[in-house]
Design a protein around this ligand. Structure first.
Ligand SMILES: [Zn+2]
Length: 466
């Protein structure tokens, strides 16, 4: 059995959870995005970021959690250099449900994964280890991240396999993007620890996992390790293990804090926060359309194939483009353009940031294709240019000579050349009509995709006499 603890940064927020320092700590020189409050100076008081409560509640709602009547915050005490206050302000359901959400559920490929609890808390600072050997090793600390808003999602141990975990994390990552609360593609924005046990054995916590890819490996390793111990009659101890990124194994870690060790106490500096119904209703109304509802709409309203609708709806970048570019008539073609030709051009965060493409480009391109000015194949080439330069579609078509060739005499000359070069194929075309597609392909190749495929086919048939 596998359970997860996932930490998601609310990267779309303006400020930290309890002060006005920036939530986007990544742009700062080390230790410049700090203030007396997030440094835990004596006499400072935390002020709860209302937007953080709103965004975290939206996550809880999207994961079908209950929203509590009131929110409570607790101090989790531990002594470590990444924590200037020596305690982290977090949430706990010690006096009934007072964390952002609880008892949620989400379906992953037909399997229901229960969400035990969602809590809002502050991220600690970052420790940076430099130097390779024992002698030169130094640890640097950067408090820019200290106090930034974090949502922790704790699942029940409902996963059966590492694969299911990966799919769940992808679903969750898409969901967070769709809610526009977090950008999970940012380094460190979404991190997960796993609890692994086999057949009623004790629970082993695996921490320090750098990527989702490694998480899958770490869980797999841990399941195999425990299974093997069990088969040999060796007792499995309840412990915390760290993932060793280099050796790709889990190793026992000395720290074995239990909940008692953290000496949780109610955070007296933050009074109970009453969750009034009107705020909750307002937030509910602000919830964006869910991914599954988008998908359903794309299929039923526009007749977009299920697989295409799936890709389009689960990626907010694509669905936003689609929503702004399409109309009743061109929806299917826009969807197709995005999920085929555009994919490779904007498949990473860097490419998306650099891309100059706007929704208007897509609509204009499809117009050009539909009015016969360019071929579908040229549209694909034009996209490459658009993403790079952001120039208008008409500008690119005219400046790069991408206009469709539908002039019969011009095409006729090109086809004559191909007929001369491809004697064998021409002969075969008489017997096997499929071969003619190969010949049309040759013309497309020669014209960089600019030849009108229908007219080309017609001329070929006339010339070969089939
Ligand atoms: Zn601060």
């Amino acid at each position: 059995m596998i359970g997860l603890e996932i930490h998601c940064q609310l990267t779309k927020l303006e400020s930290k959870l309890f002060c006005t320092c920036k939530a986007n700590y990544r742009e700062f020189e080390p230790n410049t995005n700090i203030c007396p409050t997030c440094m835990g100076m004596p006499g400072t008081l935390p002020r709860l970021n209302k937007k953080a409560v709103e965004k975290a509640t939206m996550i809880a709602m999207a994961l079908n959690c209950h929203t509590p009547q009131r929110l409570g915050f607790f101090r989790k005490n531990y002594f470590y250099p990444d924590l200037p206050k020596n305690f982290q302000i977090t949430q706990l359901n010690m006096y009934g449900p007072t964390s952002i959400g609880d008892q949620g559920k989400v379906s992953v490929e037909g399997k229901e994964i229960r969400i035990r609890r969602i809590q809002l808390e502050e991220d600690p600072g970052r420790l940076i280890y430099e130097g390779a050997s024992e002698k030169t090793a130094i640890t640097l600390v950067d408090y820019n991240r200290a106090g930034t808003p974090l949502v922790e999602i704790v699942t029940e141990p409902d996963f059966d396999s590492p694969r299911q975990v990966r799919i769940f994390l992808n679903v969750l990552s898409d969901l967070l993007q769709n809610l526009d609360v977090s950008d999970p593609t940012l380094e460190g924005a979404m991190r997960a620890d796993a609890n692994v046990s086999v057949q009623g054995g004790p629970r082993v916590e695996v921490k320090n996992i750098g990527s989702f890819h490694d998480l899958e490996k770490a869980i797999h390793f841990e399941m195999t390790r425990q299974q093997s111990l069990k088969e040999r009659g060796i007792e499995i101890s309840q412990e915390t293990r760290h993932w060793d990124d280099k050796r790709k194994i889990t190793i026992s870690s000395r720290s074995k804090e239990e909940d008692e060790d953290y000496r949780y106490i109610l955070e007296g500096d933050i009074p109970w926060v009453v969750m009034d119904n009107s705020s909750i209703e307002t937030w509910k109304k602000k919830m964006p359309e869910s991914i599954s509802s988008k998908k359903e709409r794309y299929i039923t309203k526009y007749g977009i194939p299920s697989q295409v609708a799936d890709v389009l709806s689960s990626d907010k970048y694509y669905s936003d483009l689609f929503e702004q570019a399409h109309n009743e008539a061109n929806a299917k073609e826009i969807a197709n353009l995005i999920t085929t030709d555009m994919m490779g051009l904007v498949d990473t965060r860097e490419k998306r940031e650099q891309s100059k493409l706007i929704p208007r480009h897509l609509a204009d391109l499809i117009d050009m294709v539909n009015s016969g000015k360019v071929t579908r194949s040229s549209a694909k080439n034009a996209l490459v240019e658009i993403v790079k330069s952001g120039k208008s579609v008409s500008e690119i078509i005219s400046s790069t000579g991408m206009a469709k060739i539908s002039d019969e005499s011009e095409l006729g000359r090109i086809i004559d050349d191909i007929i001369l070069q491809e004697g064998v194929a021409v002969q075969q075309a008489g017997e096997n009509p499929q071969t003619i597609n190969y010949l049309v392909g040759k013309v497309m190749q020669k014209t960089n995709g600019k030849a009108d495929p229908a007219i080309t086919l017609k001329i070929f048939k006339e010339k070969i006499g089939i």
